[in-house]
Design a protein. Structure first.
Length: 156
């Protein structure tokens, strides 16, 4: 997929998500629909899902893909734990090079995690695993940031 095609696909995903969910206020519904839309539009994304932040761990929320880790510690050294602790996106073009990665599978070659923020508090993490080495990049980070902000607007 070219850069231009990727951007067009994100435009289509954002339009679908925001138009259909315009009046939806339930964050679980919004996360489920966003994950399904992204999985449909980006088939190279092997796994797409949200981890919900609880008191001492993140728990599996709405996702698309095969079964995954049900719980991750908030102090996990992996991609999602790092995203949670820094409240910043974590872009990993090659998961084999990420020290401390929590591998729930062996198929993923690249990964991105973005925080879902309610004010300054991380309430969830969007995690996407890709089967292609370098399959996620700065375009994904920028465009997914817009989708994550929309999802975050549904948290009270």
């Amino acid at each position: 997929m070219t850069r231009a095609e990727k951007i067009q696909n994100y435009i289509a995903a954002q339009q679908r998500i925001t138009s259909i969910l315009e009046k939806e206020t339930n964050p679980i519904t919004v996360m489920a629909f966003a994950a399904a839309t992204l999985k449909e539009i980006f088939p190279q994304f092997y796994w797409i899902g949200f981890l919900l932040v609880e008191t001492s761990e993140m728990t599996l929320g709405p996702f698309q893909g095969p079964p995954a880790c049900l719980r991750l510690s908030l102090d996990s050294p992996g991609v999602c734990g790092t995203c949670y602790r820094t409240a910043q996106p974590v872009l990993v073009p090659d998961v084999a090079a990420f020290q401390g990665r929590v591998g729930c599978d062996v198929v993923s070659k690249s990964e991105i995690a973005l925080p879902v923020l309610n004010g300054k508090r991380v309430v969830a993490v969007l995690d996407i695993d890709c089967t292609e080495l370098g399959g996620v990049d700065e375009v994904d980070q920028r465009e997914l940031g817009d989708i994550v902000r929309f999802v975050a607007s549904r948290f009270q």
